[in-house]
Design a protein around this ligand. Structure first.
Ligand code: ARG
Length: 427
């Protein structure tokens, strides 16, 4: 009897190690972008077991039973990370219809389409900064479970904003009221109120906290740059988030609001359009990331009037679009940390990489722009140990393009190979 068990065990172990060897994938990378050292290296072999990279180098023997993926005529780089998406929706119809005839259920029904498009565009991770009805959480969880296809999502749940802010609904009769359950609108005021809202978001699954430090463009309140929370409220949001182990992202266009948010200790300034010299210095000093959506202006000015957005909004865009790009360049030149973030959802998902061209036009080198979307983005999201570069021990989030993006950055708009956690989604 004991003999039988031993023999059976022997077979079991033999087939296990065979299976293990068989489960190794080897990628032959003609060129590989080493984002940690800012270098392009040639003829690398990447070995992957299950979801992780086990080794990378030029002199690696490919195990006999490994599945080989030949990317020797491609440039291989880490999966891209977009630190500012709204992956659950995108403009598709009339401005008022979206406000009055759509519920979070409508959003939920189509969100998976955008998630798939984003992943297929080479974005293996996104930080999603604001979604209605906790759809982002449901989407994140379904992707993590493997039920649907999409990038790994770090989600903010609802945008936290003051009454009358970018996060509120403005410009309508006060007799109109939406009956969102408590907490679901994200409108919160006062130190106690904002603390409670942060707790609500965390309780419901938020990985990151997002709030409106200043007014916005695509909302009907006045003065795109004006602060919309007091210093005390911003401090409370950030410290409450910290208490729960969450980083904070501040939506901020205006110079004053940017400085207030940086002083409060946010991890990133989103948009940063009207940042001044003092704000740039303060961001540098505090190590605050700038996440600037420098492509958006193109799309908003060409499409949003057709979608019925009020002139008031279009005029706000005209006010900030150009300045945002110029100030982005100033921040880059001053050495402010830059992470890639697009606000995708303002324009169609899957177009995220269009922003690279604008980042390189306004101050970044192609390598700098790619680092912003890989190693820097991973640092901002707090996942540097897991993703952001192709090194042993990290998840096998790997993409490839035909044309070397260090020579032609727009090649990232056409990603040909996508692997997320060792699984190939596009080939
Ligand atoms: N969500 C942002 C807002 O409404 C979009 C800003 C887009 N414009 C721009 N120039 N980046 O404020």
């Amino acid at each position: 009897m004991r003999k039988i068990i031993t023999i059976a065990l022997g077979f079991f172990i033999a087939s296990l190690s065979q299976a293990q060897e068989a489960s190794i994938t080897a990628i032959k990378a003609g060129k590989l972008i080493d984002v940690e050292n800012g270098k392009l290296i040639s003829n690398q072999i990447i070995l992957i077991r299950h979801d992780s990279i086990i080794s990378v180098g030029a002199n690696i023997t490919i195990p006999k039973n490994a599945t080989v993926i030949d990317l020797s005529s491609y440039t291989v780089l880490p999966g891209l990370i977009d630190c500012h998406t709204h992956i659950t929706g995108q403009p598709g119809g009339d401005y008022y219809a979206a406000i009055f005839r759509q519920t979070p259920v409508d959003v939920a029904v189509t969100a998976h389409i955008y998630a798939k498009r984003t992943l297929e565009a080479g974005f293996t991770t996104v930080r999603d900064l604001g979604s209605a009805g906790l759809v982002d959480i449901a989407l994140r969880n379904a992707i993590n479970k493997g039920d649907i296809v999409g990038p790994t999502i770090y989600a903010a749940t609802v945008f936290i904003g003051s009454t009358g802010s970018h996060g509120d609904l403005n410009g309508f009769s006060p007799y109109l009221e939406f009956n969102a359950p408590k907490g679901m609108s994200g409108v919160a005021n006062g130190v106690d109120g904002v603390r409670e809202q942060v707790r609500f978001n965390v309780k419901n699954g938020a990985d990151v906290i997002k709030f409106g430090a200043s007014a916005g463009v695509l909302s009907e309140e006045e003065s795109v740059g004006a602060p919309q929370y007091s210093q005390e409220e911003m401090n409370a949001i950030v410290s409450e988030a910290k208490m729960w182990g969450r980083k904070t992202a501040a939506h901020a266009h205006g110079a004053e609001a940017i400085k207030m948010a940086v002083k409060a200790g946010v991890a990133s300034i989103e948009h940063g359009s009207l940042v001044d010299a003092e704000g740039i210095a303060l961001m540098k000093q505090n190590g605050t990331y700038l996440v600037s959506d420098v492509y958006d202006d193109e799309y908003i000015l060409s499409e949003y009037s057709k979608l019925g957005f009020p002139d008031k909004i279009i005029n706000k865009e005209k006010l900030v679009g150009k300045l945002q790009r110029e100030n982005f360049q100033k921040a880059v030149e001053a050495g402010v940390k830059i992470a890639f973030g697009t606000d995708a959802g303002v324009y169609p998902h899957g177009w995220n990489a269009k922003q690279f061209k604008w980042m390189t036009r306004f101050g970044l080198s192609p390598m700098g722009a790619i680092q912003a979307a890989t190693i820097n983005a991973a640092d901002l999201v707090g996942i540097k140990e897991k993703v952001g570069s192709i090194v042993a021990g990290k998840l096998a989030d790997i993409i490839a393009v035909k044309i070397n993006p260090l020579e032609e950055i727009t090649s990232l708009e056409n990603v040909q190979f996508v692997m997320k956690a060792g699984v190939v989604y596009k080939k």
